[in-house]
Ligand binder design. Sequence first.
Ligand code: 5GP
Ligand code: MG
Ligand code: MG
Length: 183
Amino acid sequence: MDSSHVEHELVNVLFTEAQIQQRLAEMAAQITEDYAGKDLLVVGVLRGAVMVMADLSRAMPGHLEMDWMAVSSYGSGTKSSGVVRILKDLDTDISGRDVLIVDEIIDTGLTLSWLVNNLSSRSPASVEIATLLRKPEALSMPVEPKYVGWDIPNEFVVGYGLDYRERYRNLRDIGTLAPHVYS
Ligand code: 5GP
Ligand code: MG
Ligand code: MG
């Protein structure tokens, strides 16, 4: 393993670990209030949402169930392929359930609008989205997350689950990479 600290490859930190935890706590409080008395199923979208799922779910004091889906919409780089495929489906029957999809970022919105349609066809009681980040392009798509951490500029960000070529997911902060990393 490279002995240099991967943190040093971030040129610009957009959100620190502390800011992320603070925002997730606020979102968790709102979700807890909105779903009071309901049997919440939280669905994390692998692999990027792992950190958000772990911290958001632990900030919610009530009962909930967790399940995971893996879909692919991106290749190995920074551009969307425009195609969504299920790589791993839910293990849970969601008919009659209140489902909250948890994701780390909405860029074009393609993945999540597809996912909402897919899950909605399984007769759930409700399907909503919580995302930590949202980019401007998503605003023109028919996807309306009920919970959004922050709107961010149209830049490629990494850290806190977000990868570039499967690396940088383990960073605690979220930021942009030094240009030399891409070359
Ligand atoms: P969308 O379908 O909304 O365009 O893209 C969804 C997925 O693309 C996200 O879940 C994430 O995996 C990836 N993605 C979009 N924007 C970024 C970004 O700025 N950084 C990283 N690392 N991944 C992104
Ligand atoms: Mg994702
Ligand atoms: Mg990725």
